[in-house]
Design a protein around this ligand. Sequence first.
Ligand SMILES: Nc1nc2c(ncn2[C@@H]2O[C@H](COP(=O)(O)OP(=O)(O)OP(=O)(O)O)[C@@H](O)[C@H]2O)c(=O)[nH]1
Ligand SMILES: [Mg+2]
Ligand SMILES: [Zn+2]
Length: 359
Amino acid sequence: MPANLIAQYGWSEPLALAFEPHARAGHTPGRIVVQQRDGYLVLTDEGELRAKISGRLLHEAREAGHPAVGDWVALSLNLIERTATIHAILPRRTAFVRRAAHLRRPQILAANIDVAFVVTSMNADLNPRRIERYLAAAWQSGARPVVVLTKSDLCPDPQGQAAEIAALAGDCPVLMVSARQGLGLEPLLAQVAPRETCVLIGSSGVGKSTLVNAFLGEDRMEMQAIRESDDQGRHTTSHRQLVLLPSGALILDTPGIREVGLIDAEEGASAVFDDIERLAHDCRFNDCGHAGEPGCAIAAALKSGTLDPDRWAHFQKLGLEMAALEEKTERVAKDVERRRNAATQKTYRTTKKDARGGD
Ligand SMILES: Nc1nc2c(ncn2[C@@H]2O[C@H](COP(=O)(O)OP(=O)(O)OP(=O)(O)O)[C@@H](O)[C@H]2O)c(=O)[nH]1
Ligand SMILES: [Mg+2]
Ligand SMILES: [Zn+2]
């Protein structure tokens, strides 16, 4: 029996430390690899087992949320039936959170993700706002975002389009691939180290599952039938699934468009940092900048140690990134709009001062 399966799935020294109390309770560690309607599949050193949540965790989950794909959990095993019971969730390093109006609590979509591939097709209409939403979600999750432009074989001017997106993506890498021609796969895979976990997010039909299969070297994930247009498709991938690649990296395939609208910038941040926002309510001044003002609750929490300085730094950095991203998106969206108009209105004429008209 291979004793170090969980190591291949990213089990680490800090996780082992966090697990100590659960080990003392006689529990076994595992990672959730598939979430289905009626339960989970977990990867353990005994292989893959079907798992359900314990009654007690189910009760707690009403407040704290359910386990998600990518979570590390504490299990009791029944090796005869090859089933397991989930008793606890280990603290998450990163998390993709959805807060929808109809949900009472924020919903965790994926946990412990290192790299977020924001996937968009070079065949579809370029939609900077959609990419912005995905980038925002990635930043908020704590994962490193990488923009992936698929189907470069279908684009008449791949370099030009890539440059447009690069203007939007700032410091984050922008990579082009064609799964059909086998181009660009190696540099993409190089973004994720062995035992790191990446997720593919993007609309239905952009070629996420095709990428996973290209990385695997076999057609294991179900793909859409060949056709010429993107988007508006049915959702071929129906659930999130974590897969171990030959490179040693882990990849999480997700269904398409339903993940869009995933997070609206501000709300996503509050789902992750709601404790900090609650703290800020206690500052003496409503418009406290938390930069040395008297009666600042953030400063007090940092001093007393109840607020982790790293979390505070991340929260501040996020605010700056979001502001910069929004500004860039506006600009690129306007550019795209303008070019589209120019292309469609062939007889476009202006009267005067047209050269200085825009902004
Ligand atoms: N021309 C071309 N077509 C591609 C490429 N990659 C994927 N496709 C096609 O795009 C379609 C959609 O691919 P999928 O991998 O199923 O898309 P998906 O993002 O997983 O879609 P959902 O599972 O619905 O979210 C399929 O018909 C693929 O053959 C590519 O590099 N070039
Ligand atoms: Mg798919
Ligand atoms: Zn303050």
